[in-house]
Design a protein around this ligand. Sequence first.
Ligand code: NAP
Length: 247
Amino acid sequence: MQFSGKNVLITGASKSIGADIARVLAGYGLKVWINYRSKPELAENLKKEIEDKGGKAAIIAFDATNEEAFIEAIKVIVESDGELSYLVNNAGITNDKLALRMKTEEFMGVIDANLKSCFVGCREALKIMSKQRMGSVVNIASIIGERGNAGQTNYAASKGGMIAMSKSFAYEGAPRNVRFNCITPGFVQTDMTNELKEDVKESYMKNIPLGRFADGVEIANAVAFLLSDSASYITGEVLKVNGGLYM
Ligand code: NAP
């Protein structure tokens, strides 16, 4: 795959899916900006791992829900590298509870963390990328944003919102050669899914045609494709990476 840009910011990249995205994109020669919020040692280890393999990496700490911090981070990257070629909005949280017991603050907390942070990232990227007349953004939504799930009204709303919002950004970015797409992973083996009870995991697994959870690298490969020049005519798209769970 070819990349005409040179760098990428990945939010929530110190571990799990975000870290795999960083590894894969560094393997394609991009300088990866590893964003973390709370665990500097994980970000440092990942940076070292990438550099040991001959890749380029830098660390940028900020909480993606903090608008000013997100804006400042993008400014720092552009000052350092002269451009922001790609952005992956990956940082995300869950706070599951049946809707009848969910407080409005618990609903809004997940909307803020997942949807609002993604909006700020897309908007700031669009400003820079419009001037560059090139750029590509991939937002990590979820199968839950496509089909809903009991106990996840907040998460489903945030991820469904990311899908609709990305399509709207795609319209606004297209005249300036800036593309916006979403990946909707099914179940991926990470800390987020490790929180599920074993019997729940097994019942999910039974319904997945490919019979297993995804590895983070399988999500990262799809991200790389959508960011790359190989996807130069793809915008406003939602790429399901779910083992056939929702077709
Ligand atoms: P994870 O293991 O919980 O890791 C999430 C990462 O995001 C962590 O590095 C975390 O950093 C970071 N993060 C969370 N909130 C942040 C914030 N406000 N600012 C900066 N970083 C923040 O999650 P994951 O499973 O890799 O999920 C990654 C993305 O894929 C999420 O958007 C998730 O919704 C989506 N997804 C996951 C699955 C799945 O099965 N795992 C399925 C569909 C979609 P800290 O540790 O410092 O908080």
